[in-house]
Design a protein around this ligand. Structure first.
Ligand code: DON
Length: 307
């Protein structure tokens, strides 16, 4: 017997596959080698039932989709006030790699842009951890969201570090404001490993479903972060997750989301599902062209829009 949800996913995947514009990211040289035609989707319910179509098992680097999850870890480890003292929650309206600091305090506008995510990385784990211990907190924490141990793509990581001039510049400026309180080079090295963790749409859909489920992992049953933290993360994803396309996204698709430059895209519908797509061609904002198209179609068909 045919199951209607996979049939539906295969159909929407086909309908969005023709959206051929966009270009694979090349500012990280290793990402330019990605197969631009890969396309996959997974939906995870908050009960841990998964439905997939296309290249759902292909692994790619998580990139900026790590940001909301590391923000969650930092909030759990340092408390809301501890994190808010260092990173704001306002949309920047600028590209993901702009400085976008609040005048006066030097706080990055939000944790979804690179400046904010670099600061957030430094806040994961208990105060006083060294760089290696903090990185282990990040890798173990993201792995707990996924329900399996995630591994670093060493080639992507090395390639990004060789060309990380902009992130290093952002980190040095953050250090000058004491937003970062330690060696900017080490923080960028840890942040870059965080971005190089390999995931599939299956992993990402379950990770998104964990946020949609108040921080409880649907398959392992583990409470990864408190419900209040999950709410904070989903709120910031709603206003800032799609960078300078956030307004367009929230009016059309209407759910908390986050994109990554390797072509991943997640959406989380509170109390219902986590959704993830993978297609490496990006638009001018750094968001996956076919992923955005597919989410638009699913939001219309399934009534996902929150408003
Ligand atoms: O720091 C960077 O530039 C990358 N590691 C991540 C950027 C990213 O994924 C932007 N999202 N679309």
């Amino acid at each position: 017997m045919k199951s209607p949800i996979p049939d539906y996913l295969a159909e929407v995947l086909g309908a969005s596959a023709g959206t051929g514009e966009g270009a694979v990211a090349d500012y990280i040289p290793e990402l330019a080698k990605a197969d631009p035609d890969r396309f996959g989707v997974t939906i995870s319910t908050i009960d841990g039932v998964l439905y997939s179509a296309g290249d759902a098992d292909v692994e790619f680097s998580i990139q900026s989709i790590s940001k909301p999850f590391v923000y969650a870890l930092a909030l759990a480890d340092r408390g809301l006030d501890g994190v808010l003292a260092k990173v704001g929650v306002e949309p920047s309206g600028d590209a993901f790699n702009e400085l976008s600091l609040e005048p006066g305090t030097g706080r990055p506008r939000n944790p979804m842009i690179n400046a904010g995510a670099i600061a957030t990385h430094s806040l994961a784990g208990a105060p006083g951890l060294d760089a290696a211990e903090r990185l282990e907190r990040v890798v173990a924490g993201l792995s707990a969201f996924a329900g399996r141990r995630l591994e670093v793509d060493e080639q992507v990581c090395a390639s990004e570090l060789e060309t990380a001039h902009r992130n290093l510049a952002l980190a040095h400026i953050l250090r000058s404001y004491d937003i970062l309180e330690e060696d900017p080079t080490q923080v960028v090295a840890g942040y870059t490993r965080q971005c190089s963790l390999l995931v599939s749409t299956r992993d990402l859909a379950v990770m998104a479903a964990t946020l949609a489920n108040g921080g409880r992992q649907p398959i392992t049953g583990e409470q990864i972060v408190p419900p209040r933290v999950a709410r904070q993360v989903l709120s910031v994803m709603t206003t800032c997750g799609m960078y300078d396309a956030a307004g367009d996204w929230v009016t059309t698709v209407g759910i908390p989301a986050k994109s990554g430059v390797a072509g991943g895209l997640i959406g989380a519908l509170p109390g219902q599902v986590g959704v993830a797509t993978f297609s490496p061609r990006l638009d001018a904002h750094g968001n996956s062209v076919r992923g955005v198209h597919l989410f638009g179609r699913m939001s219309d068909d399934m009534g996902l829009h929150l408003m």
